[in-house]
Ligand binder design. Structure first.
Ligand SMILES: [Zn+2]
Length: 344
């Protein structure tokens, strides 16, 4: 009898445990993305439903390790013990600058990039040499357009790399892009070819799609998106090149039909009024979220404070967090004040 009573008494606890386990299993099925404020550099942390992780770029060097500290804080907050894939989109200082410090602070398993810098015709900088010395001691993967990065639990397709892009259309893509006929093609800026070497990635989890083209400029948008749109539509667009006015052509912004744009701008870099206007006017765009207030944008060309992780005059210690489910539903949360919005 005693045993039976004891068992009955334990039942509610068992139910509670089962409920907690179900909740955790549900929570683990999201793709989580942290847009980390590295003050006009790039750093985006991605945690797949499997728990494997990817970091795109590692911010600036200097500032007493500010950017690598912010990345480690985000990784720890996500419960990570290591970064499985560190993708360096291209070799500008605001993307690879803090790699040597980051790998000394936090374990990184594989490093992914577009291949030798010499391919872009640029003279390697001291920052690139420091990065390459670290990379060459690690497990190094070179990707090209059309490759997949084997992050478990989410499809990661390389859309662009080293000035090449996917040739055939993806599922849902391939239709004509009507804006190509009326949008003048922008000539490439010969002085900075490295931006257009960027690794661009498309993330797919069930019905959810997110595009990140790193620092591809307007001129390359045109090459990728005209005359036909090979990508189709996405839910979330990680705004190219920090939202500077040399990026984000209407041929890209309109065709993607993104519901949400996430912008990795700094107070004085990116978040350009011209880009803001392009994004604001893009078909289907509901909200623009920014990691930092843009001084150039002023009141007119910044979102409301709840959509900005770090306000005017503040240090960029907060991130924007996106959580997406395979159903296509996703939510975006401001790490500063926990303001959150769900997009169904
Ligand atoms: Zn950049």
């Amino acid at each position: 009898m005693k045993t039976a009573v004891g068992r009955r008494k334990r039942l509610p606890h068992l139910f509670l445990l089962a409920a907690v386990a179900t909740n955790l299993a549900g929570a683990a099925k999201t793709l989580d993305v942290y847009d980390i404020d590295v003050e006009g550099g790039k750093s985006v942390l991605i945690v797949s439903p499997s728990g494997e992780s990817m970091l795109i770029d590692a911010g600036w060097p200097g500032y007493n390790g500010r950017d690598s500290d912010r990345i480690v804080a985000a990784a720890k907050s996500a419960g990570l013990k290591q970064i499985d894939y560190l993708v360096i989109s291209h070799y500008d200082i605001d993307h690879l600058g803090d790699v040597p410090l980051l790998v000394s602070k936090f374990p990184v398993k594989h490093i992914v990039d577009h291949g030798p810098m010499e391919a872009s015709g640029k003279t390697p900088s001291d920052q690139y040499k420091a990065y390459a010395a670290v990379r060459d001691r690690m497990d190094h993967i070179v990707v090209k357009a059309g490759d997949s990065i084997p992050l478990k639990g989410v499809d990661v397709l390389v859309v662009t790399a080293a000035r090449k892009h996917i040739e055939g259309p993806l599922k849902g893509g391939g239709g004509p892009n009507p804006l190509c006929a009326t949008t003048p093609e922008v000539p490439e800026r010969p002085s900075d070819v490295e931006d257009n070497m960027s690794i661009g990635l498309l993330f797919t989890l069930g019905k959810f799609r997110m595009l990140d083209l790193a620092d591809l400029e307007s001129a390359y948008d045109y090459k990728l998106m005209c005359p036909n749109n090979p990508i189709g539509s996405v839910d979330v667009y990680q705004v190219s090149i920090h939202g500077q006015d040399k990026g984000v052509s209407p041929v890209l912004a309109q065709a993607l039909q993104a519901r949400v744009a996430l912008m990795g701008n700094g107070p004085r870099k990116g978040g350009a009024p011209q880009t803001w206007t392009t994004l604001r006017g893009a078909s289907g765009m509901e909200d623009i979220w920014q990691v930092h207030y843009s001084i150039a944008g002023g009141k007119e060309n910044n979102p409301p404070d709840d959509y900005i992780a770090n306000l005017d005059g503040a240090d960029g210690t907060h991130w924007i967090k996106l959580s997406a489910a395979s159903s296509g539903t996703f939510s975006v949360t401001n790490g500063r004040n926990a303001f959150s919005k769900t997009y169904r």
